[in-house]
Design a protein around this ligand. Sequence first.
Ligand SMILES: NC(=O)c1ccc[n+]([C@@H]2O[C@H](COP(=O)([O-])OP(=O)(O)OC[C@H]3O[C@@H](n4cnc5c(N)ncnc54)[C@H](O)[C@@H]3O)[C@@H](O)[C@H]2O)c1
Length: 357
Amino acid sequence: MTERVRFGYVGCGFMAQKVHIPNFRSISECEFLAIAEVRERLGRKVQAKYGIPRFYGSHLELADDPDIDAVGVSAPFALQGEIARDLLSAGKHVFMEKPMAVSIEQAERILAASKAKRSRLMVAYMKRYDAGNELVKNLISNYRKNSELGRIILARNHGFCGEWVCNIDTPMEVTDEKPPEPPIVKPKWLPNEYLSSYIGYLQQYTHNVNLLRWFLDAGDRVAVKYVDFDEDGMTGIVIFDMNGVRATIESGQISHYRWDEVTEVYFQHGWIKAWAPPLLLKNVPAELEVYKAGGVQEFIRPIPKPMWTWSYKREAEHFIHCILSGKPFCSSGEDTLTDVRVLEDVYRLYLKDKGIL
Ligand SMILES: NC(=O)c1ccc[n+]([C@@H]2O[C@H](COP(=O)([O-])OP(=O)(O)OC[C@H]3O[C@@H](n4cnc5c(N)ncnc54)[C@H](O)[C@@H]3O)[C@@H](O)[C@H]2O)c1
């Protein structure tokens, strides 16, 4: 491989135009060579706007381009994993939006392609590249090692969503072309009438499961203990055991204009809190607070370094740098298999408790 990654991108929708295409284009070690988009007029407009040398009307044509080393993908939920699999099978390294897959079966097919061709897959869980969250992870790890705050008694993620686009003003090309219907992919055991609420919960809260697992160094050591959802199959609370720690995720939405998400890790003698920034708000990482109880009680507000960075930009840089260096991804496809499994487990338990399964 050369000093630069020769890069292509599949999909010219919202995330591609507002976030990923501009971010990858800004990285000097990334040579942005090609895009693929099924809506041809849209794809050609984006190609012209950014001066991208090659356009393809299908990801398979891009997969056949021998000059491309790595590809980014953002497309409809169930489809983007199929696109990623075709690219991995063609020997391309892939950066893809979450969710990697909507069933374990689909996830395993994607990973088998990656293994067979030794092509690498990174899933874009941008929260793991937020400089504030990196600091939280280091603090948790240090406090667990030195026992200063005792053991962790609860990790809580409250994720009530909200406004996430933040008036991001990157101009966007539009079209009246209709995209083709994406394929229906689902776990075999899931009744059709629960598919839309399952996907709704999965596509949002896969972020929160992925983040908590990372904070708690849980890997695949995650069990779903309890699920309590409203009739909408989304609003409620799930209790997990993550690496021996009781962890909860509160899901739902109210008519609130900002992004409402906080993670709190309670030790016996203190806590760490991290407030997530609204997603597309550029250059604002998570904010932190550490509380230490005991003789001298104190609050600390650690400031992440580097300051004023955007998680989505950092994840793109991470991908390119790992491709060049051979270093492992912080959010690999292999690691993400656990998120897919855990999301299936949440919904299976929910439907069992309802008497549906
Ligand atoms: N990480 C985040 O914060 C975040 C936020 C929003 C969305 N997402 C993820 O991003 C993904 C895309 O979301 P979006 O809002 O950009 O969707 P979108 O519908 O705006 O864009 C998808 C694009 O893919 C194109 N497309 C469809 N089939 C194709 C094919 N076979 N080949 C090439 N292009 C094809 C469509 O024409 C469309 O332009 C979703 O899977 C979603 O989960 C992530």
